[in-house]
Design a protein around this ligand. Structure first.
Ligand SMILES: [Zn+2]
Length: 566
């Protein structure tokens, strides 16, 4: 920079500082609906911000008093200003790998894929892969494949290649499919033991089928693959960050820090990328228990700041209901007559032993529990952790909490549990659950938001990306509409629908509550961060099902625009 330029910018800066000091606000938004999600002051005419924080919410006339010479007035021109959305359960690294680095086979539109169409896509992709190199893909989902529940096996994948190892993650991230070459490279035979917390499916003759359950078993393949370069990984994370802000998300979480590259590498990446702006959203980190054993004490809860902070430990206690591995008290309905009740990854004592030392150290405990049997086990453990009133305030998290009973909801309420629903279950998988996998009674219990509201509980809606796509407004829409995607579309238990206000709370202020950030983000309130989404329609005035079609035009974090729609 030339001296004159430097002088000029110093002068300009000091002028700005003067102007702001006189008038206070550096920006005032007005001219559109403002949905604050602050229940004490739900609407406003204008919002004033300064230095990344909100300094006034109220009438335009009043806030004009905060206007100085340098204050920028932004006319919303009929658009709606709302708090930036909070996505409290995302696998940022997992999404980077699954959707950007691996072949992404994820299909959330209709019609569903068939085994033949999947093999064709994989075969086309494999043409660019050298012999001996891995073919990695993500997003296969038997519950959204024709014929229903048909699975890729090693025999089928051998049609794609017998010389290149193949590893494919199921959409749920709890199941993987490999060919015989991959089994060979991983050194696995029919007599290989299952790793702790993982499993290899065998046929009636005891032969490996190529269907693999849970991360501890995936690592046996992942550890044989060469790592992508740092540059490739960073580029993939940049794209996930762009997707987050394009959907109005300003605060998110990495729910399994260490799941792919180990905790040290992932901590360093998130720390650097949230600070240099390559990952523009605020991130709260949860250590993945399988990657961060209790003997490792290199990190402290609360380490970091509001760009990136470690706060929790995440434990995965069961599988996925659409994958028939979520642990249920009664067998699944598919296939007819099955005795399969899914899988608990740990005994109750093992789960307690994983959680207890981390709870005592002050980490927020987050347990993935989908099925009612797993939820029961997790609540038993939580009841052992919570021994004094202050323990209730730690906001124990149950992830997904998909098929709880009313009795379990009552127990969770007493423990101060803050569940997070993958509410896309009601949409993408609603028909599969209701008509095929769980039956009406259990399917109607899925993501029981209204029951939680009756108990006065806080809860969040999340994508669990890459399990379902990042799109908070769609999930608010789903919580309020509960309409499944497959035609003929039906409502999955109208009694569990919630108001649009309550559905929006689950992607803003209550999602912030789950991340222990409700004093900083999640609503438009004086003193909070100036984190906003500017959207084309007011969701409060939109039909519940159509909220998903609302466009995010701009996203602001710390009083700065980080996304603008083209
Ligand atoms: Zn998850």
């Amino acid at each position: 920079m030339k001296l004159t330029q430097k002088l000029l910018s110093v002068l300009l800066l000091s002028q700005c500082a003067l102007a702001f000091a006189k008038g206070n606000a550096d920006t005032i938004f007005y001219g559109g609906d403002i949905v604050t999600m602050n229940q004490a002051q739900p609407k406003a005419e204008a919002v004033a911000i300064q230095d990344g924080k909100i300094i006034g919410v109220g009438s335009f006339t009043n806030l004009k008093k905060l206007q100085g010479e340098g204050t920028k007035l932004i006319n919303l021109n009929g658009q709606t200003l709302m708090p930036g959305m909070v996505e409290p359960h995302v696998h940022i690294m997992g999404t980077a790998f699954s959707e950007e680095i691996f072949l992404n086979l994820s299909n959330f539109t209709m019609p569903h894929d068939t085994l033949d169409s999947l093999v064709a896509k994989l075969t086309a992709y494999s043409k660019n892969i050298k012999d001996g190199d891995w073919i990695n893909a993500f997003g296969v989902d038997p519950s959204r494949t024709e014929p229903f529940m048909s699975e890729l096996t090693a025999d089928i994948l051998d049609k794609v290649s017998t010389t290149k190892p193949i590893f494919i993650l199921n959409q749920s991230m709890h199941i993987a499919y490999v060919n015989h070459k991959a089994l060979e490279v991983a050194g696995l035979t029919d007599s290989s033991p299952d790793p702790k917390g993982g499993k290899f499916l065998k046929d009636s003759k005891g032969h490996l089928t190529g269907v693999v359950y849970e991360a501890p078993a995936f690592y046996l393949f992942l550890n044989k693959m060469p790592l992508p370069t740092q540059e490739v990984i960073e580029q993939a994370i940049v794209k996930v960050g762009q997707r987050l802000v394009s959907k109005g998300v300003t605060t998110s979480a990495e729910i399994t820090v260490g799941g792919y590259l180990g905790v040290d590498k992932e901590y360093a990446l998130f720390n650097a990328m949230t600070r240099n702006g390559k990952l523009p959203v605020r991130v709260r980190g949860y250590m993945y228990s399988s990657a961060y054993p209790s003997t490792n004490n290199s990190y402290k809860p609360g380490q970091g700041d509001d760009s990136f902070k470690l706060i929790g430990v995440k434990i995965v206690a069961d599988g996925s209901n659409q994958g028939l591995t979520g642990a249920m008290t009664k067998p699944y309905d598919f296939p007819a007559g099955t005795k399969n009740t899914g899988t608990l990854n740990f005994t109750e004592q093992e789960l307690y032993d994983l959680a207890k030392p981390r709870f005592d150290e002050g980490w927020q405990i987050s347990v993935h529990s989908n099925g009612d049997k797993s939820i029961e086990q997790t609540l038993n453990v939580f009841e052992r952790l919570v021994t004094k009133p202050s323990d209730v305030k730690t906001r124990l998290r149950i992830e997904h909490f998909t098929v709880p009973t009313e009795a379990q909801i009552s127990r969770a309420a007493k423990l101060g549990v803050v569940p997070g629903f993958t509410i896309g279950h009601t949409d993408y998988w609603g028909e599969a659950f209701h008509d095929h996998l769980l039956g009406a009674e259990r399917a109607n219990r899925i993501d029981p938001s209204a029951s939680l509201i009756k108990k006065g509980m806080h809860f969040a809606y999340h994508s669990d990306s890459p399990v379902s796509p990042i799109h908070p407004l769609k999930y608010a829409s789903e919580g309020a509409a509960r309409l499944w995607q497959v035609s003929p579309q039906k409502v999955l238990n109208a009694n569990q629908k919630v108001s649009i206000n309550n559905a929006l709370k689950a992607v803003t202020i209550d999602a912030a509550y789950q991340l222990k950030m409700d004093d900083k983000v999640g609503s438009i309130e004086k003193g909070k961060y100036a984190d906003f989404a500017i959207v084309d329609k007011n969701p409060m005035k939109t039909d519940a099902y159509k909220i998903r079609d609302i466009e995010v035009n701009e996203t602001w974090i710390n009083g700065r625009q980080v996304f603008k729609k083209n």
